[in-house]
Design a protein. Structure first.
Length: 262
């Protein structure tokens, strides 16, 4: 007697094996396509002479495109000899590093931070920081990368890390010029000078790490985590508005003082 059950089982196993084989081929095809696309993007960036003379490949690859795609090779090709390209802004005054944060590109953030640590403190026309952008990565599938982005940014905005980034001459103290480089894009020169004189408690003409930390604690200088945009919203407020609960929980755990901000 023919074992019908055995035949059905064998047929099912055969179909399953074929499905797995087809899936493996599709993954291989996608990997090859991604690699080919990356090579084309890189070659476009290398051959692109600039905005005034678009490349022969057609659509020009911008620094914003490369950052959003997480394409570090193309970023390096674009900024080679043109470091200021990382300070370019879009129509809202947002820089490439803001878009890296919103797209959860942690490796790009790390790379840009190595090139210029002060990029992380940039704000756009509505005073939004990288924190405000990072919490906009709200899709469920992106929860892990959103959390990873927030954690990494928080590590870089620790007072010790901020001070080290601003201390460009590595003297162990900040001059007025170094403070202007770190905060001048958001604080006017006259106000910044007054703050400098207030923070420089010992009147040495330099700000020590201890004086810098005290200024942050007293609110004389605003920590990046506590910055409000032009509507008065912190990054935590934006996370709540966008129902990004994982970001709200992150701030509650690691930046509890932000929960008291109205």
């Amino acid at each position: 007697m023919v074992d019908i059950a055995a035949k059905i089982k064998a047929s099912q196993e055969k179909m399953k094996a074929k499905e797995q084989e087809d899936a493996a081929r599709e993954l291989e095809r996608q990997a090859e396509e991604a690699e080919r696309s990356s090579r084309v993007t890189f070659m476009r960036a290398m051959s692109d002479p600039g905005p005034s003379n678009p490349s022969s490949f057609g659509a020009q690859v911008t620094i914003f495109d490369a950052v959003k795609q997480g394409d570090i090779a193309t970023i390096d090709a674009l900024v080679f000899g043109k470091k200021n390209l990382l300070k370019e802004t879009d129509g809202a005054g947002s820089r490439p590093i803001h878009h890296a944060a919103r797209n959860g590109r942690v490796e790009v953030l790390k790379h840009l931070n190595k090139i210029d640590p002060l990029l992380l403190h940039a704000r756009n026309d509505t005073n939004m920081t990288v924190f405000h952008f990072a919490v906009q990565n709200v899709h469920k599938a992106n929860r892990k990368e959103c959390l990873a982005t927030l954690k990494w940014i928080l590590e870089q905005t620790h007072p010790d890390a901020v001070f080290a980034a601003a201390d460009t001459d590595k003297s162990g103290e900040l001059s007025l010029e170094e403070l202007e480089a770190a905060y001048g894009h958001v604080i006017g020169p006259s106000v910044l000078k007054r703050i400098f004189e207030e923070v420089d408690v010992d009147k040495s003409g330099e700000i020590s790490l201890m004086e810098f930390k005290k200024a942050l604690e007293a609110g004389t200088l605003t920590p990046l985590t506590m910055v409000k945009d032009s509507s008065g919203s912190t990054a935590c407020h934006v996370a709540s508005q966008r129902s990004n609960q994982i970001a709200v929980q992150f701030f509650h755990k690691y930046v509890p003082e932000i929960m008291k901000v109205q």
